[in-house]
Ligand binder design. Structure first.
Ligand SMILES: Nc1ncnc2c1ncn2[C@@H]1O[C@H](COP(=O)(O)OP(=O)(O)OP(=O)(O)O)[C@@H](O)[C@H]1O
Ligand SMILES: [Mg+2]
Length: 238
């Protein structure tokens, strides 16, 4: 049975998919078989008459995960909403046992499985069930991803505090530079966060101009930028 990691954002659009893809590539390049999952994806556009989960596709490409897209992402939804809200609007019933069994299937065929959430930890998947519940039910440790900009301190500390309240273990966080310009906040956040939390920063990802054309190069772009030690420790456990 493989090991897993839940990629938790502090918000939507902070770089969960980018960081998960970069990490997947680094692990793949180290010889691990990497599985991925995006249990629910919203805001999907139609492609060949079907809703296409773009994040799940990027994750599949970066990781080399053997599972088909329908298993990596069992719920592709059209509305650009939280999955629980989009599912209700589209009359789709999200079945947690299906997500669990697909995760187990993917995980048992790979050394490690990276599971990307949607938005942040309190985003609903069902009316009374959010991504923090899912990470807990899957017994996955977290990697938190925050956009390195003004607001990151509050968003990240809230995420870490909520994870702790829920009994979720956080391996560390990654600060991702989503804007081409480095604001004063972006320059000072790393040191500020080091003084405000004992959870380790596992990497700072720079702004990557023309990212869409550089996806095949993510391994090179991420090399040396993420501290894989906490993950290696999980991987080497029996
Ligand atoms: N370091 C970066 N350099 C350049 N562009 C970036 C960077 N990080 C993220 N982006 C861009 O910002 C957007 C959001 O990134 P990404 O899709 O990884 O976020 P997310 O947290 O996975 O979002 P979602 O909540 O929709 O899943 C994407 O268009 C991505 O290409
Ligand atoms: Mg994403």
């Amino acid at each position: 049975m493989g090991k897993g990691l839940f990629i938790a954002g502090t918000d939507t659009g902070v770089g969960k998919t980018l960081v998960a893809c970069g990490l997947a590539t680094l692990l793949k390049n180290r010889g691990y078989k990497v599985g991925v999952m995006k249990p629910a994806e919203t805001g999907c556009a139609e492609k060949s008459g079907q809703l296409f989960p773009q994040d799940a596709f990027y994750l599949q490409q970066a990781s080399g995960c053997q599972a088909p897209l329908e298993k990596i992402c069992p719920y592709s939804l059209r509305a650009p909403l939280a999955p629980g809200m989009a599912a209700a609007m589209e009359k789709v019933e999200i079945d947690l046992s299906l997500i669990a069994s697909l995760y187990n299937e993917i995980n048992s065929a790979h050394d490690v499985t990276l599971v990307e959430g949607a938005g942040g930890l309190l985003v609903p998947l069902l009316p009374r069930y959010c991504y923090a519940n899912l990470a807990r039910a899957m017994r996955l440790p977290l990697l938190a991803v925050a956009a390195n900009r003004l607001g990151a301190i509050n968003h990240l500390l809230l995420t870490l505090e909520h994870a702790s309240c829920r009994g979720l273990r956080v391996l560390g966080y990654v600060l991702n530079q989503v804007a081409s310009e480095h604001s004063l906040a972006a320059k000072t956040n790393p040191a500020a966060l080091r003084s405000l939390t004992s959870v380790p920063c596992l990497g700072e990802i720079p702004y990557i101009a023309d990212l869409e054309n550089k996806r095949p190069l993510l391994g090179d772009l991420f090399e040396g930028r993420l501290d894989l030690q906490p993950l290696d420790a999980i991987m080497s456990r029996g």
